[in-house]
Design a protein around this ligand. Sequence first.
Ligand code: PMP
Length: 361
Amino acid sequence: MGEIRPQPGILDIELYQGGKASVEGVSNVVKLSSNENPFGPSPAAQEAVRRVLHEMHRYPSTDHAALRAAIAEVHGLAFSRIVCGVGSDEIIHFLCQAYAGPGDEVVHTEHGFGMYKISARAAGATPVEVREKERVTDVDALLAACTERTKLVFIANPNNPTGTMIGLAEIERLAEGLPPQAILVLDGAYAEFVEGYDGGARLVDGRDNVVMTRTFSKLYGLGGMRVGWGYGPQEIIDVLNRIRGPFNLSIPALAAAEASIRDIDFVERCRSENTRLRTWLAEALMEHGVPSDTSCANFILARFADRDEAEACDLFLQREGLIVRRVAGYNLPAALRITVGDEASCRRVAHVIGRFKAGER
Ligand code: PMP
């Protein structure tokens, strides 16, 4: 193997750790570790998948025209400036592949989503981590980190795993202040949880250096189908389409996503239940002495005294059949990220954390 080596940077990639789905020896587990929709996929999406099963021998659409038309209609966007990917992960990957290479820098926030670093390194570029201000994206720090080598700046708004978000005026200030060769990527994986927030779409419309990414994995409950999309300036979208595999999305995935985005009632119900239960859970945990920042997404970041306490609480929750997410890999060792589940799961989490804080082990 002596001469066979991957490209520089690849061996620096730390493997992405997904949320655990089971605990050995514990049954009746509730998975609250991947920010999935506790209400499942929309019934309309399930029906749409059943309807296309007989077409499995066919290749899927290469241009995703039906899904893009649905996205354009629902969000009021330009059809030609939408690109679809295998989750928004793939759009992040395309952006790094197309715009960053050896010698280039990809800027991301301290507690930012893990794929930014992975995709940057996979493209041979160097990830640059920028501190946040009390777990909130710091525009001044991001601007100060940019150099003539910066090609991409990633921020998630709301951010995962902190749940915090910044206002559009701040985002615009960031876009305005970037060096001319840099693209701002506004990751809106959790944008749908914020009533009235367009994920930055209007900002994209007004500028040539902003791309927005979105997903069907969270509010739409289609994590297993792997559908995401990007919206950006025509030139950038045309570039991403050049490197996109022609059949990247499967027939069932396309059908499920199109049906979901049109199932407005389901989406509204999921959003309002999330908001109600998120508030309830944050308050219940606070009463047990576990604070969290105000979350704008479908999870909360529960903060403990230190790493030992967070890990002990995680183990206690696991023994009780509740799987949450450790976020030490996101520079948050004293915290646990808890997806807002359905009402019964939220009550169970609050009850078990209450017992833990009362000294039970
Ligand atoms: N961005 C953020 C901030 C995320 O949390 C996630 C999922 N964990 C993604 C992007 C990617 O999601 P998907 O590939 O499922 O669209």
